[in-house]
Design a protein around this ligand. Structure first.
Ligand code: IPE
Ligand code: IPE
Ligand code: MG
Length: 240
């Protein structure tokens, strides 16, 4: 039997916290609390399985449109998560990063993000990235601004802008593109997540709601990934 391939970078749209809670007769925010626990567990499992980059979509630029009380609860959970992550990340050699537009986040969350990134920056194990106030269109717009400024300053010639210039100007410039993208709870859309970076990523959808997504479910996703024939527009040796 061929050895199982472990995707280097797994990105997850963790969806269904609200529906999961509702099905149990509980408030949506209970689902978000359980969802945060599921993130903590899956991070540990991903590390054990040999995944090098794990990226999770925690709060989108569109999620501000939710009821104010839900946004406040999500922000509180995120703040606590970021703060409690320092100790665990140091113990497990995890490097944490946050992508998304930060200026709209509260000063307390911005400080927690900075503290976490700073404390874990020299860790050499799994890179764990949390997308907060992240929207791919917003990210690309900000990247275009950065590149335009370089052109304006005379550092770069407009005609010689490369894909690499754009890529390096994205929030994700420090990591490789995802190999596998997982979305839980039935929806099959990207919801403004990593539009540029998912160009050749394999997609996996499951009906399992995020709070129930565990190691067994992650292994199922990896098994499905192992049955895919990856192509990047060309042909493989022997296919010609
Ligand atoms: C995912 O669960 C968490 C966030 C988007 C913040 P949802 O809150 O989207 O739950 P559903 O999709 O409404 O069930
Ligand atoms: C996507 O989930 C955003 C996050 C997981 C943070 P949503 O639940 O917000 O997406 P839509 O509204 O179903 O597309
Ligand atoms: Mg949802």
């Amino acid at each position: 039997m061929e050895e199982r391939k472990i995707p280097q970078h797994v990105a997850i749209i963790l969806d269904g916290n609200g529906r999961w809670a509702k099905a149990k007769g509980m408030p949506r925010n209970y689902g978000h609390m359980q969802g945060a626990k599921a993130v903590e567990n899956i991070l540990f499992d991903a590390d054990e399985l040999g995944i090098k980059y794990l990226t999770v979509y925690a709060f989108s630029t569109e999620n501000w449109n939710r009821p104010q009380a839900e946004v406040a609860a999500l922000m509180k959970i995120l703040e606590q998560y970021l703060k409690s992550s320092i100790k665990k990340s140091m113990k497990n050699n995890v490097r944490c990063r946050v992508i998304g537009e930060r200026s709209k986040l509260s000063p307390a969350i911005q400080a927690a993000v900075n503290d976490l990134e700073e404390a874990t920056k020299n860790n050499t194990g799994l890179t764990f990235t949390i997308a907060i106030n992240y929207g791919s269109r917003d990210e690309i717009t900000r990247a275009v601004r950065k590149v335009a400024k370089r052109v304006q300053n005379g550092e770069l010639d407009a005609d010689s802008i490369t894909e690499e210039d754009i890529n390096n100007s994205l929030d994700t410039g420090f990591m490789p593109d995802p190999d596998l993208m997982i979305r839980t709870c039935g929806e099959q859309r990207v919801s403004n997540f990593l539009l540029w970076q998912l160009a050749y990523t394999e997609f996996y959808y499951t009906d399992i709601a995020w709070p129930d997504f565990d190691r067994n479910e992650l292994e199922k996703a990896i098994d499905a990934y192992n049955h895919r024939t990856r192509r990047f527009g060309g042909l493989k040796k022997g296919e010609e």
